[in-house]
Ligand binder design. Structure first.
Ligand code: PEP
Ligand code: MN
Length: 338
């Protein structure tokens, strides 16, 4: 059930309604919009009838949400959500270009790549410190040392830093150093991890599982938002199909579908979506044309020596070309880099 408060209402009036809902044994999730506050009610909605909320003068409307995901649904929140990641916005016309190497490999190389992507116009940094590798013998990431490097890069460049979280126990240490969490494809349905991130205070970029449906992705986002963290960004990163020419099949249907059914920002990762460096620029353009709110792109100063995902990483000069070539597409879509 979705309760829309009247625009002129105070925080106290919203709190009163939320308290009434809690007293019935239901869970209210308050979402503050620019104009109106919306309360999503989780639990047996039949109990709500006893409260006769539609007679409350502070309330504009009460309506059921028909989708299985509630708080992230477009029905719950008509306007696009704008997420603030370390002081830079994504969504609702603000475009995010998240760039950096797959893994943080060393302080020097990371700072070098960070400077390059900043010079060419990226507004967020990426870099894995805890890497979920297919083989236990592959480079597993620098751990906390990597987080410290990410924090230094953020301080030096002013670009908020994003890094993948693989375990709930790492949430507190990561939150100290980075600006947003990334949940990787392999953990999209790690529900305990999602709940822990729901209790965290920083935004979450939630990547689609490689065999996950869009409904499963939206329900995974629901785990985070219903637990109390409204700042979720959805990420299409390609799915497994019978095609072997590319690492994954980038499902760009996901972008307009997710944007129609959810108010959350949707970004695209053409690096993992294709696995092929030469396909990253064309698919970035396609993502923007499909309505994406951002792209996440792997860039390495020397991809041949990258410790992970070199084949799909752009050289800095290719990233420069990407930034030049997407300008017109962004203009056409009315998107700006915050
Ligand atoms: C990554 O971003 O480096 C990564 C591991 O992505 P995914 O979870 O999409 O495979
Ligand atoms: Mn990678």
């Amino acid at each position: 059930m979705i309760i829309v408060m009247k625009p002129e209402n105070s925080k106290e009036a919203t709190q009163k309604v939320a308290d009434k809902i809690k007293d019935m044994g239901l869970k209210p999730v308050c979402m503050e919009g620019t104009e109106r506050t919306v309360i999503a009610v989780i639990g047996d909605e039949r109990l709500l009838e006893k409260l006769h909320l539609d007679g409350d003068p502070a309330i504009e409307s009460v309506s059921p949400v028909l989708t299985p995901y509630k708080t992230v649904s477009r029905e719950a929140h008509k306007a696009d959500s704008i997420i603030d990641v370390g002081g830079v916005k994504i969504g609702g016309g603000f475009f995010g270009v998240i760039a950096g190497p797959c893994s943080v490999e060393s302080r020097e190389s990371f700072l070098e790549t960070a400077d390059a992507v900043k010079k060419y116009g990226a507004n967020f940094l990426r870099g894995g410190a805890y890497k979920p590798r297919t083989s236990p013998y592959s480079f597993q990431g620098l751990g906390e040392e990597g987080l410290i490097i990410l924090e230094e890069a953020y301080q030096k460049t002013g670009m908020p830093a994003i890094s993948e979280v693989v375990e709930a126990v790492d949430v507190p240490v990561m939150e100290k150093h980075i600006n947003a969490f990334q949940v990787g494809a392999r953990n999209m349905q790690n529900f305990r991890l999602l709940q822990a991130l729901g209790r965290a205070k920083k935004p979450v970029i939630l990547k689609r599982g490689m065999a996950a449906t869009l409904e499963e992705l939206l329900l995974a986002a629901e785990y985070i938002v219903s637990e109390g963290n409204p700042s979720v960004i959805l990420c299409e990163r390609g799915i497994r199909t019978y095609e072997t020419a590319t690492r994954n099949t980038l499902d760009l249907n996901a972008v307009p579908y997710l944007k129609q059914h959810s108010h959350l920002p949707v970004i695209v990762d053409p690096s993992h979506g294709t696995g092929v460096r030469e396909l990253v620029i064309p698919m970035s353009k396609a993502a923007i044309a499909a309505g994406a709110d951002g792209i996440m792109v792997e860039v390495h100063h020397n991809p041949a020596e990258a410790m992970s995902d070199g084949a799909q990483s752009l050289f800095p000069h290719e990233f420069e070309r990407l930034m030049t070539e997407i300008k017109g597409y962004l203009e056409l879509e009315g998107k700006t880099l915050a």
